[in-house]
Design a protein around this ligand. Structure first.
Ligand code: M7G
Length: 183
């Protein structure tokens, strides 16, 4: 028997095609709910560091679309780690794998229910990785998720992790979005 995960997860792939609307560039790859199927998928797909710039992987709980508009994300936000260009070579793939394992292993303890998914974004100006949560009003839960995220990634003290509400991200085009919280 395969080893069941607590949740069923869906992997999505985003490939930037400027001719198309944002949501039309988002594709569901597959869903899985066992440890074995996770590793089969992981070993089959490209590492993040090998993706073209402009591509994203999204791993979300089944039933939640990886977009602000989904009802589970609407009042939520993300803990986002901004990387520098050098980190693609040595760190990006490790960071994304750690995020995947945090997600499927329910690594956020009692606050795992507030975790909707995770995102990795490959960009020329520096890659990004994030944990998306629901309900930014749940301050204690969100902060706890942020602390666990930092410690699982073993981030050095000088790196500040910020949480941004999707509502704020949506209303600011391009310019820096203010952090609702930092850890
Ligand atoms: P990004 O991919 O998060 O960052 O957002 P980037 O600037 O590093 O590429 C880029 C753009 O994609 C946003 O300004 C939006 O136009 C669009 N976009 C991103 N997300 C996550 C969403 C979303 O959830 N819904 C919609 N409608 N557009 C989005």
């Amino acid at each position: 028997m395969k080893h069941p995960l607590q949740n069923k997860w869906a992997l999505w792939f985003f490939k930037n095609d400027r001719q198309k609307k944002w949501e039309d560039n988002l594709r569901l790859v597959t869903k899985f709910d066992t440890v074995e199927d996770f590793w089969a998928l992981y070993n089959h797909i490209q590492l993040s560091s090998k993706l073209q710039s402009g591509c994203d992987y999204n791993l979300f709980k089944d039933g939640i679309q990886p977009m602000w508009e989904d009802k589970a994300n609407k009042k939520g936000g993300k803990w986002m780690l901004q990387m520098n260009k050098q980190q693609r070579v040595n760190e990006l793939d490790k960071i994304w794998l750690e995020i995947l394992l945090c997600l499927i292993g329910e690594g956020f303890g009692e606050d795992s229910d507030y975790v909707n998914g995770g995102v990795v974004q490959v960009r020329h100006k520096g890659d990004k990785a994030a944990i998306w949560t629901s309900d930014y009003k749940n301050r204690d839960g969100i902060l706890n998720i942020g602390h666990i995220f930092r410690s699982r990634l073993a981030l050095p003290k000088k790196i500040i992790l910020g949480f941004q509400a999707h509502e704020d991200t949506m209303s600011k085009s391009g310019s820096t979005v203010k952090n609702m919280w930092t850890v």
